[in-house]
Ligand binder design. Structure first.
Ligand code: PMP
Length: 428
């Protein structure tokens, strides 16, 4: 049993001692004290089905025993920085991770977060090409340090940073975008940006294959990435795939999000699920591109430390052993079908989208006008929590549910989630 401070006491401390910019979901914020696989428990021992997984950071399940064992035994043995000495945990994980990537993507740089991974990817692309211009998507979220905040394209997430050399392309959003599902038309905007906004050469294009944060789960329109990658390559640039959320089997059909569009990037960045909740990120690229960092000293004190990389290796093994990618496909497809069926019942649901265990449900008060149903979204989310189900929320208007549970989510969990959503909406 938990004998720590109450939720109210923690909230009071948080208000006094923690950043005032921090936000939390729910009218009455949840005090989570334990986690087990797809469940979280509050201070009263009440169980919640976690369909958000700490924003897709939990891949194998909360406190998965294999991952915990790997962390504990490596911590007991040695925890230090990766620079200066050799250590097998780091090298073994780099090898295992490289084996999951296509083509010549074989060289790994470890970081502590997704922001750091994307910052490094942008730096590498700029060094390799000798160009400065980077194209990212409107609505993208790539991190909150100077460069990545520039590449992030939504005013909610941007402070008044000097935004140097970043261009934001039309978002190939099949639901709200001007060209519907015609990926090639959106891709022309990238060519226009190259032709009319740069010298004709660029450093990189960076995007997710399924955007998670800012618009709330958007699968890029089909054929978009192949067309964009071809324009970028002609302009001498590199293609960066941000797999911070869509990697590690989450999309079900593929291990990496970009594979859903049949492209092979030059640089892949990852974080979140890679360590099942442990701070870890990575940049993977080709030996030729990786070479640029030898021009100066480059290191990251804790990026790829043995404890985090031991966790990473355990995660890869669990994904394989428990067939979590297949599970994401089977359970995700079932969940998407059931959510889609709810659209017949509730006009409020304007769109259901995504792949695998990466699904979005957009609420609108008018299906024709697609008017965001912000208050309703908050209400349903809050009530679902009261009924024991945690989901996320996103989108510029805060009207999209984000469903990104741990990949061990079962069909019964999916049914419970939909039943609770159905019940909540029926009471509105
Ligand atoms: N890229 C994407 C797609 C993300 O969703 C996030 C985090 N939400 C980041 C990068 C930044 O990762 P971190 O918060 O670990 O710095």
């Amino acid at each position: 049993p938990y004998d720590g401070p109450s939720a109210d006491e923690i909230l009071a401390k948080r208000k006094q001692f923690l950043s005032p910019s921090m936000f939390y979901f729910y009218k009455k914020p949840l005090n989570v004290v334990d986690g087990r696989m797809q469940y979280l428990f509050d201070e009263n021992g009440r169980r919640y089905l976690d369909a958000f997984g700490g924003i897709a950071t939990v891949c194998c399940g909360h406190c998965h025993p294999d991952v915990v064992d790997a962390i504990v035994s490596q911590t007991k043995r040695l925890q230090h920085s990766t620079i200066l000495y050799l250590n097998n945990a780091v090298a073994d994980f780099a090898e295992a991770l490289a084996s999951k990537l296509p083509g010549n993507l074989k060289v790994v740089f470890f970081t502590n977060s997704g922001t750091e991974a994307n910052e490094l990817a942008m730096l590498i692309a700029r060094l390799y090409t000798g160009c400065h211009d980077i194209i990212s998507l409107r609505n993208a979220y790539h991190g909150n340090a100077a460069g990545t905040m520039g590449a992030t394209a939504q005013c909610n997430w941007k402070f008044n940073v000097v935004q140097s050399g970043v261009h934001h392309a039309l978002n190939p959003d099949p639901y709200r975008g001007v060209f519907g599902s015609d990926g090639e038309k959106y891709a022309r905007d990238v060519q226009d940006l190259i032709d009319f906004g740069t010298s004709g050469n660029v450093a990189a294009f960076m995007s997710e294959a399924i955007q998670v944060w800012s618009r709330g789960i958007v699968e890029l329109a089909p054929s978009y990435l192949p067309a964009v990658y071809s324009s970028i390559k002609k302009a001498g640039g590199l293609c960066i795939a941000d797999e911070v959320q869509s990697g590690f089997g989450r999309t079900g059909s593929h291990f990496w999000g970009f594979e859903n569009q049949g492209v092979v990037p030059d640089i892949v960045t990852m974080a979140k699920g890679i360590g099942n909740g442990i701070p870890l990120g990575a940049v993977v690229t080709t030996p030729e591109i990786a070479e640029v960092l030898t021009r100066r000293s480059y290191f990251n004190t804790f990026g790829g430390n043995p404890v985090c990389t031991a966790a990473g290796l355990a995660v890869l093994r669990v994904i394989e052993k428990e067939k979590l990618q297949e599970n994401a496909f089977v359970v995700g497809s079932h969940l998407k079908d059931r959510l889609t069926a709810l659209m017949d019942k509730y006009e409020l649901i304007g769109d259901v989208r995504g792949r695998g265990l990466m699904l979005g449900v957009e609420l609108v008060t008018d299906r024709q006008l697609k008017t965001p149903a912000k208050a309703e979204t908050l209400h349903v989310m809050d009530q679902m929590k009261e009924n024991g189900v945690l989901i996320g929320k996103g989108g510029y208007y805060g009207n999209v549910f984000r469903i990104t549970p741990p990949l061990c989510f079962t069909k019964e969990d999916a049914d419970f989630l939909v039943d609770v959503m159905d019940y909540t909406m029926s009471k509105m």
